[in-house]
Write a protein that binds this ligand. Structure first.
Ligand code: NAD
Length: 245
């Protein structure tokens, strides 16, 4: 059976890389993003692989938008089998207690609340069709502290808590769920940092370099595929060894 996947944050970075990998595996795709331009470009690239794909413009931090991206996916494809719950934002890089209340709330709204809403409404659909597979995007900052990105790190730790708990609750319903914990990758989010900051980050990684987004996309496709059928409730680091230190 041809599977259907929803990817949030599918317009860029890990989301686009995972979409392209899944398109190679003949998956139907629902690409969700705030950015219409980037989301539609991902859809165009996926269609080059001969698969069906739609774009849904949505803000994952708004419950009604999340319900709408799920509804539009069901209206188009009739089901959702795979979910890459990935959209996220980082933060302005100040000491944690200097983070404004507004910024703290906005990071929680997107990274944690948005991921929770997605799980709530997508799993509900998966249960109707016999199950599904989910990958939540946590971060290296979800397994270790991340100075100057406290709100971000807190939400990513929370993603791991949600992942492990839902794994315990829904495994017998044939919902398989894991989290990825990528280290610093050269996505647009990171490329926007000053060059010297990027060099310094690479120095701290045991492999001496930052990751490339396709190295995350490959793991996501693996975790959403049959090849990982007994991996459940796990946190998979993709970080060149950074979490080992
Ligand atoms: P990115 O900025 O390249 O892509 C993120 C996408 O999410 C963008 O297309 C953006 O428009 C979209 N987005 C942001 N807020 C949204 C919202 N409210 N609703 C819908 N879409 C929204 O970033 P990326 O590096 O690919 O990040 C993807 C995920 O990976 C995020 O959760 C991020 O925290 C996480 N992460 C990134 C790194 C890294 O090094 N880049 C490392 C670890 C974890």
């Amino acid at each position: 059976m041809i599977k259907t996947a929803i990817i949030t944050g599918g317009g860029s970075g890990f989301g686009r890389e995972a979409a392209l990998k899944l398109a190679e595996k003949r998956t139907k795709l629902s690409i969700v993003d705030l950015s219409k331009e980037n989301g539609e470009e991902t859809v165009r690239l996926c269609k080059e692989h001969g698969v069906e794909a739609i774009f849904v413009q949505a803000d994952v931090s708004k419950v009604e938008d999340v319900q709408r991206y799920v509804a539009e996916t069901i209206a188009e494809f009739g089901r959702v089998d795979l979910f890459f719950n990935n959209a996220g934002i980082s933060g302005s890089g100040v000491r944690t207690l200097d983070c404004s209340i507004e910024e703290f709330h906005s990071i929680v709204d997107v990274n944690l609340n948005g991921a929770f809403y997605g799980l709530k409404f997508v799993v509900n659909e998966m249960l109707k069709t016999g199950g599904g597979v989910i990958v939540n995007t946590a971060s290296l900052g979800g397994v270790v502290g991340m100075p100057t990105l406290g709100a971000y790190s807190a939400t990513k730790h929370a993603i791991i808590g949600l992942t492990k708990t839902i794994a315990g609750e829904y495994g017998r319903d044939n919902i398989r769920i894991n989290a990825i914990a990528p280290g610093t990758n050269e996505t647009p989010m990171v490329k926007a940092f000053p060059q010297e900051a990027i060099g310094a980050m690479a120095e701290e990684v045991p492999m001496g370099r930052l990751g490339q987004p396709h190295e995350v996309g490959d793991v996501v496709a693996f975790l959403l595929g049959e090849e990982s059928s007994y991996i459940h409730g796990a946190v998979i680091s993709i970080d060149g060894g950074a979490a080992a230190l």
